[in-house]
Design a protein around this ligand. Sequence first.
Ligand code: GLN
Length: 541
Amino acid sequence: MASAKYIFVTGGVTSSLGKGIIAASLGKLLQARGYRVTIQKFDPYINIDPGTLNPYEHGECYVTDDGAETDLDLGHYERFLNSPTSQSNNVTTGRIYYNVITQERQGKYLGKTVQVIPHITDEIKRNMFALGETGEYDFIITEIGGCVGDIESLPFIEAVRQAKWDVGQTNSLVIHLTLVPYLKSAGELKTKPTQHSVKDLLEEGIQPDILVCRSERRLPPEVRKKIARFCNVNINSVIEAIDAETIYDVPLLMRKEKLDDRVLSKLKMSPKEDPKMEHWKEFLGRLKNPTDEVKIGLVGKYVELPDAYKSIVEAFIHAGANNECKVDLKYIHSEEIHAENVENMLGDLDGILVAPGFGERGIEGKIQTVKYARENRTPFFGICLGMQCAVVEIARNVIGLEEASSTEINEDTTHPVIDLMPEQKNIQDMGGTMRLGAYPCDLKKSSKAYAVYSESKISERHRHRYEFNNNYKEQFENAGVVFSGINPETKLVEVMELKNHPWFIGTQYHPELKSTVLNPHPLFAAFVKAALAAKVEKATK
Ligand code: GLN
């Protein structure tokens, strides 16, 4: 089992308390002390992965370098730790059962009754320990999705109980995240939900070692004492997690509460050194003291749920801090944009991003948006479907192919400027069959994209089925389009830009997935800079 230490993070009382942020913050603090840390998430739903889920159900689907479609919390792990995750970092109930049932059919359990305990729990544990066994990490933080007490999370909690014994008490601990609500009418913070949720965990055989208590108010000593007494933990293991101004404050708030110290002492490790958080603090300084502000429109069809665009939103936060500029993101529903109101809807923006997406709904609004940005010289950034809409718009309005479309929108279009890749044409299954994960891309030396990246060989992550149709390449080039990023093996278009426009870039890949606090994505940073320049130019007109 190598020598990794295992930290499990469970949640109680309600979902959405931010287990992912707590796990990522603790991971950051340990990493900043010089430890090698990775974070994984176990999700108790039956889908093999979240790739087939609607964004309204589950927010963004985050894609790793190795092409895994994963929970959006993995995005937080990467943004905080600045290190890549993989398929091994996200496992669902569906995958666990799939593995066990596949083995059953192969005869691996011949003669035996296959049961939740031990077969499902063993498979969960095998996955829990897999990253630890590589020897690459000192700490494996495992977030268990859902809430303690839910029927569906029982096998995971049971696996955590067993895992604690397998690796030994000084090699593992459980952090339980709960809610301490403030009741206005009573004027009091209430500890009962926390007590009950710890009781639920105890019933399932787990005594949490540390309690992290989400609250909108500071936890006074009497409340901490009460929680400690009723939940069998030391008072200094009751950690306050007060609502923060930004998720990026949480590592420092956890440091103040000494969460990392508690973890190290419980795991009998003598701390190597204090966490080095200078870079993080610098980032926060820049984030919180902007000298300017830009208004950027995010045009998409899932805007009612900003979690659907999580990585884009976070990439703007990194890019804004990088430019010491506040990015005021305006969410705009693409279905509400029409030729008649486009000026009204987009006129006050300094930059426009057309978001990724699937299917026909809201497409025409996105195409109108591209037209507006192109004609009004507003900085434009199109990501995946956003780039595809730019291609369709240019085909229709610049090249004059009025019927041009993507075959995702109109299968019978006479000008399929965006079309299915040949290898996608016969695919029947929807799960895990898109073009997924990291692919190389060569940037043209004289292009804007090259100037942004300052290198010609890049690698970016993908999640799509459709592509620019290379049969139309010449017509587009004659119309002023530069295909500045090309996949060296397949020759597929990865980046397109407009020659005679201040900043008009479309990417078939998803740059937002690689933006981190330490390394803001250069395209987002450059886009915010271009929006700032556009704002200044507008003001001087
Ligand atoms: N629906 C488009 C495709 O599959 C774009 C996907 C996306 O924006 N992620 O190619």
